[in-house]
Design a protein around this ligand. Sequence first.
Ligand SMILES: NC(=O)C1=CN([C@@H]2O[C@H](COP(=O)(O)OP(=O)(O)OC[C@H]3O[C@@H](n4cnc5c(N)ncnc54)[C@H](OP(=O)(O)O)[C@@H]3O)[C@@H](O)[C@H]2O)[C@H](O)CC1
Ligand SMILES: [K+]
Length: 500
Amino acid sequence: MKILSPKQIAEADHYTIKNEPISPVNLMERAATKCFEWISSNFENTKSVKVFCGTGNNGGDGLVIARLLKNKGFSVKTFILPLGNKQTEEFSINLKRLDDVCAKIVFIEKQEDLPKLSPRDLIIDAIFGNGLNRAPEGLSKNLIQYINEAKATVIAIDIPSGLFSGKSVTAKDSVIKAHHTLTFQVPKLAFFLPDNKNFIKDWTILDIKLNTSFINKLPTKYHYFTAQEAKATYKARNDKWAHKGTYGHSLIIGGSYGKIGAPTLSAKAALKIGSGLVTAYIPKCGYTIMQTALPEVMAETDHEIELADFTPTINATVIEIGPGMGTSDLTLAGFKKFLQNNKTPLVVDADALNCLALNKELLTLLPKNSILTPHPKELERLIGKWDNDYEKLEKIKIFVEKYSIILVVKGAYTLTATKEAFYFNSTGNNALATAGSGDVLTGIITGLLAQGYSPREASCFGVYIHGRTAEIYTTNHAPETFTASLIADYLSDVILELQE
Ligand SMILES: NC(=O)C1=CN([C@@H]2O[C@H](COP(=O)(O)OP(=O)(O)OC[C@H]3O[C@@H](n4cnc5c(N)ncnc54)[C@H](OP(=O)(O)O)[C@@H]3O)[C@@H](O)[C@H]2O)[C@H](O)CC1
Ligand SMILES: [K+]
């Protein structure tokens, strides 16, 4: 699914109005009706709804929602914050329509006009939407702060007021902290960025039927990888003549004394996602552990307690390197030698990333389209510090272009960054915040590459699958009890779901 800029959304809006055709006020009615339906079914027992509107079209949406809720029997009060002397035409039409149903409407002209708010109120934030072009100040800033202090449940329409959909927020005290955001047609880039986690919690995309063929033609670097994209990526197995060689050979290089679990988890994940063959290249101390834990996996060994020689003998389709490997001098020296001689596509994680961060010149030795899977701290070691998330995205872009690689930046919305496009993942939850979860992710990506998925597909799809296991698990288990070993056990559920 595309993530569009405010300008592109306005263009899609205009195109739909002209070509469907539909009048602007009817499009507003359609959009706001979707919000109303969501609110009335999720908050049917709510006694008091307070709707705060600006005087642009976001405010117009608020007026329609107020009218529809009132007609449905909710107790509704509407508060209007005049934005200068202007009202959009659709706002004015809907103000009249709201007035006609004898609704309670209050204009907020000064601080004293702010109403009493109770934590039991349901607040609808329709002050600013896509049209925000500067940080709110004065009365609008005060209103936003006042709403945030009320500790009431806040539903934001389209986007929390004060949050820019495509640029950084400097005044963090003038943004609505929404519990839920009902956004129109496409998600906004701001939703995926950790800097905004206090403003955006849950959100729902409402399909307001903007022209899809127009949207399909709009260029964008940013995408949201959902079940739809996952289904389109999945390659069902239907080759009767397949043998284990058909599905590739994954080589997992990693481990050190006390950290054999990491490559074991990766190897298990590569195997369980369908890699035809898996070999682990580990220190000698891990031999019995690996062979006992995973009888299907072959093992080759290096020095006694750490990797030093890096001399696997097999001809792998893909190599994962790094889990549990450590960064000792001996390991680092061997890793350098390995990179100088290796031509096989790599998935690089954990200590191998730290070795690269310590020796940036090694980055040039990575085969084209190698996949690096850092968590935010590892990312910072690779690309340097950033002031805000938009600067981080820019640095990521420069980094992937410079080295012709793919970055999988782990987080609540794990980002797969390729030279061509950035994909935010839609699945996962905090059950994945558990030891070894990252090792399983790299194993899944490695196993997908071995089977012939492209590096972009393996990254986006692997991240999606990994996240989905946690969602399925937590439908009937406590998130605290999820472990990395369990992830592999739920891969089958995810794949069966994709086949539906
Ligand atoms: N296609 C869709 O998604 C649809 C969206 N709808 C809704 O429309 C809004 C966008 O409406 P718009 O009127 O363009 O913009 P806003 O309502 O967000 O803002 C109104 C005006 O506010 C002024 N502004 C901007 N920043 C500030 C500020 N910091 N302080 C004070 N005033 C500010 C600005 O005017 P200026 O002339 O003062 O610059 C804005 O124009 C979208 O979000 C949806 O909710 C439709 O209902 C259906 C289709
Ligand atoms: K809003």
